[in-house]
Design a protein around this ligand. Structure first.
Ligand SMILES: [Zn+2]
Length: 265
């Protein structure tokens, strides 16, 4: 056995001890941030695929979304509140019901999702879910599983365009495990419980999807497996936390929708 083989075998042995511990040991927090920045930059470099709304042209819409992000962050319940950047961007695509957050906290929300939802509680709930995936390092850990341990960390430092495309493509096609989905749903309730929002806000989104009866298979469900009892689990956790927030008024949210292109003013 060569020294190199021995090294990799030890690495695998050590990794199996740590993989269940809720952290990535192969991709450090700075590497996750670096990786997220690269994914963000690649997304921004492809405006035909990801038509990100220009902040200069839509300052109020961005201010509104940033306020929601700050409210969630200020819950004080995120482990990487100060480690990650938590930037937020709007993708102008009304057909896509989705939002995602890269490792390191670069959040993207589609206009399709914003327009589909009814109020700020629901949007804060879905954003809390996505932020939970980043904060709990789900994306780095899932990518490690798909691409191989150590590769993700190496790619975080990659400068070769081809490798970066691989990193972004892998991130965008990630399917989180049911356990991670459950954990992100629970994180959303937990974060929102320390804000002005109703802490089961995310459930409102799933209730709407269910009511629509699957006539429109949303992007969110293709990247997020839908575990059974998702609504029930969110509501049970919210009840357990004794959340008492009143529903958000819809006036402000309606005004937010009107700030976006393509909405009837
Ligand atoms: Zn998810």
């Amino acid at each position: 056995m060569t020294k190199k083989n021995l090294f990799f075998i030890s690495l695998i042995a050590i990794s199996s001890l740590f993989l269940g511990c809720g952290k990535s040991i192969f991709t450090s927090i700075p590497q996750q941030k670096q990786m997220g920045m690269k994914v963000r930059d690649e997304i921004l470099a492809k405006p035909s695929e990801f038509p990100v709304l220009d902040e200069k042209a839509h300052p109020q819409a961005y201010a509104y979304l940033r306020k929601i992000t700050s409210n969630v962050l200020n819950s004080g319940k995120l482990a990487h509140r100060n480690d990650f950047d938590w930037e937020v961007r709007i993708i102008n695509d009304d057909k896509t019901l989705n939002a995602f957050c890269t490792p390191g906290g670069y959040i993207f929300v589609y206009t399709g999702l914003i327009k589909y939802l009814d109020n700020e509680d629901q949007l804060a709930g879905v954003m809390g879910h996505e932020m939970g995936h980043a904060d709990k390092e789900h994306s780095a850990r899932t990518m490690e599983k798909q691409m191989g341990l150590g590769i993700v960390a190496q790619l975080a430092g990659a400068v070769v365009t081809e490798q970066l495309s691989q990193l972004t493509a892998t991130f965008l096609s990630l399917k989180y495990s049911r356990d991670y989905e459950k954990e992100a749903d629970a994180a959303s309730v937990d974060y929102l419980s320390a804000t002005k929002y109703q802490c089961n806000g995310a459930a409102g989104f799933f209730v709407k999807l269910e009511a629509a009866g699957g006539a429109r298979q949303p992007e969110f469900l293709s990247t997020h497996p839908a575990p059974e009892n998702r609504i029930k689990n969110i509501n049970t956790k919210a009840e357990g936390l004794k959340c008492t927030a009143k529903p958000a008024t819809i006036t402000e949210y309606q005004a937010f929708k009107r700030m976006l292109p393509g909405t009837v003013k």
